[in-house]
Design a protein around this ligand. Sequence first.
Ligand code: DOR
Ligand code: ZN
Length: 357
Amino acid sequence: MLKLPGLIDPHVHVREPGQTHKEDWNTVTQAALAGGVTMILAMPNTKPPIFDAATLDLALTAAKDKARCDYAQFLGAGPDNADTAASLAPRAAGLKMYLDSTFGELRLDDMTLWTPHFQKFPKNAPMVMHSESRTMAAAILFAAIYDRPIHIAHVSLREEILLIKAAKERGIKVTCEVSPHHLFFPSPPSPLPVGEGRRGEGRLEVRPRLADQKDVDALWANLDVIDCFATDHAPHTLAEKDGENPPPGFPGLETMLPLLLTAVDDGRLTIDDVIKRLHTNPRRIFNLPEPSETWVQVDEDAVYEIKASEQFTRCGWTPFEGWKVKGKVRKVVLRGRTVFDDGKILSEAGYGRNVRV
Ligand code: DOR
Ligand code: ZN
């Protein structure tokens, strides 16, 4: 048995408020604990999006009642909420800026809309970018101009990781995360199970898209540039994924650690690489507290197949169905309480704490 610190996932789509048929604070935090994650940072592209005091309260009230692991909630950057967001910074995980198209309404197309956020959001509070390819280059230039740290979400391309490496070498304050699906999915992706009358392409929809093998290889070759792993847990139901206009996103909370532990077993990573990117670095980058008496017990030798039917997420599927992995979460202790034991959630709804209070 291996003992790990409580893992931190800085990129989770909770779906509450507004889309609780996909997931809510209760189910997502159960999925987190089952995956060895004791703290999640929640994204703001909910319905309504989280962009002012009233919507922040909406999310935090639901979380207070329902969360079973610790959490904080991001604010979304909108076209005219820079002052409001800056004043709410102490209560939030940080500010999320959507600079490219994805699921939800929050997107800042015009660069003049970025400027007030870069000018006003406190420099010691985290700012996270959904920015792909050349938009990422622009975001890094903003970080240099305004001399403030930024964190790049879900890096997936060779050109991106190489640019971040060069920016870091220049002393620009940029950090980044990579999601397991961008590290582990084969390229081209093997088709996923067939949905009703369709060919499974909807299930493969995700932003950023699954990339080419050269991109996947570049991420592995530049592991030292990757500060964090993050699931980008983005649950949508199978009916939605197999329907018209499939929304992008994969659930990931319950599969991240098993996939990473399998890579450790294969000699592609060390366990210290995992701890650094799922605990030490996210704590530093997002200014997160260290909960006392919090740890995860893992059976490194357990070999099994990933099955959606055993997951806690409400969305009811996983893109990793049937994958053989080695390494299982047995027990999770959060602030002195056993909250997960041998497949069972033991913390009650509401045990989770907002780490920004
Ligand atoms: O695939 C994605 N799904 N990428 C995103 O950036 C958003 C997410 C979602 O919220 O579904
Ligand atoms: Zn996301």
